[in-house]
Design a binder for this molecule. Structure first.
Ligand SMILES: [Zn+2]
Length: 371
């Protein structure tokens, strides 16, 4: 059997089990499959309890008991698909594409990590400490695993995330950070016809705020503010006494993020309509995965590793976040999209490009030589 045949057989085993994020038993069974794989090549593999809502993650080390590592390889075990999908739409191959729930997001990456570690040269494995980290709840924002990922990254020199490469094959060298703010404006209602001047219009305050917040966008720097939700009022003939604005903030590095947050807070605390009060709340926060000088050096090693594997690595900067952001916060270089290429994630059209499986595995083996 060739490596590709083995890989596709192992991939079918992973895809043909329901592993939606909320199916704790299903996700944990995927972790158990990978635990057996890593134990079969003599690695230490430990299931890590991440709480009743997430199930088990898996941490595999080539050097048992190691407390520091040269590199983390990370991929997630969960999918977005409900129970029953594996039976109704099992793993299949159609020409150059493989299909099935999570085939490309992110089971192909999970397995590419294992195959690269299995293929790595003994002298490299003797020299390096490698941790393979599989988390069970990425599709729900890694609520239960992100602190674990951040903690592990604090003991690592670099990290690679094995989300699929883009359908065109591109990897991801940076990702924007994201923060979400909710600002609630409270005024006083009144009849729009009888006594409009007795009211304090929360909608007007919210709209003035939203326009000013939007003006913080800086196309050059790539910082954006999107007042994506504005929700206020109960009728056109009523002066609105309440309005909420939710803004999505994005930035390429955390310094830009800090500046943007300070500016948003200042606007959220300003008086926009006399008599209307505001309160703000940060709902979520994810640091940036920046294209730093250290990342550039890692990208160059991967470029050389890809060339040796017979293809040219191409890169994109992504506006959306991933688990890479949770590890980059430690200041280590992180890149993403290191798995085989695919597309149409989160749909029944999801596909994995079979022609990229072997080249990406060889790329990682070649990278390991260069670490
Ligand atoms: Zn996904």
């Amino acid at each position: 059997m060739t490596m590709l045949n083995d890989y596709l057989k192992d991939l079918a085993e992973l895809v043909n089990r329901d592993a939606g994020t909320k199916n704790v038993a299903g996700v944990t069974s995927a972790a158990e499959v990978m635990k057996r794989h890593f134990e079969s090549i003599g690695w230490e593999a430990e299931l890590v309890d991440l709480g009743p809502e997430a199930g088990r993650g898996l941490l595999c080390k080539n050097k048992p008991g190691s407390t520091e590592c040269d590199v983390i390889f990370n991929a997630h075990l969960d999918t977005v698909f409900p129970d029953g999908t594996a039976a109704s739409r099992p793993f299949s191959i159609d020409g150059d594409h493989a299909h099935g729930p999570g085939c490309s997001d992110c089971k192909s990456g999970v397995l590419a990590i294992f195959y690269a570690c299995r293929l790595a040269r003994k002298e490299d494995l003797d020299r390096l400490s490698i941790w393979c980290v599989f988390n069970p709840d990425e599709e729900l924002g890694s609520r239960c695993s992100k602190h674990w990922l951040t903690e592990l990254a604090g003991h690592a020199k670099a990290a690679l995330v094995f989300e699929a490469a883009r359908a065109g094959g591109q990897l991801v060298r940076s990702r924007k950070g994201v923060a979400t703010y909710k600002v609630t404006f409270r005024g006083l209602s009144a009849h729009a016809g009888n006594n409009p001047w007795d009211g304090r219009n929360a909608n007007v305050a919210a709209m003035r705020f939203a326009l000013a917040a939007y003006d913080l966008c800086d196309r050059e720097r790539g910082t954006t503010v999107n007042p994506g939700l504005v929700n206020g009022g109960t009728g056109s003939n009523i002066i609105s006494d309440k309005c909420e604005v939710v803004c999505d903030l994005r930035y390429w590095n955390d310094q830009d993020g800090d500046e943007l947050e300070a500016a948003i807070k200042a606007l959220a605390e300003k008086t926009w309509v006399e008599g209307v009060t505001n309160e703000w709340e940060r709902i979520s926060y994810s640091p940036a995965m920046p294209y730093s000088p250290d990342t550039k050096a890692l990208v160059e090693k991967i470029d050389a590793a890809a060339e040796e594997a017979g293809f040219k690595a191409e890169w994109v900067d992504a506006g959306g976040g991933s688990d890479g952001n949770h590890m980059a916060v430690q200041g280590i270089p992180v890149v993403d999209g290191c798995g085989p290429a695919g597309g149409k994630f989160h749909t029944d059209q999801e596909f994995l490009r079979i022609d990229t499986i072997e080249e990406r595995i060889h790329m990682i083996v070649n990278l390991i030589k260069r670490l």
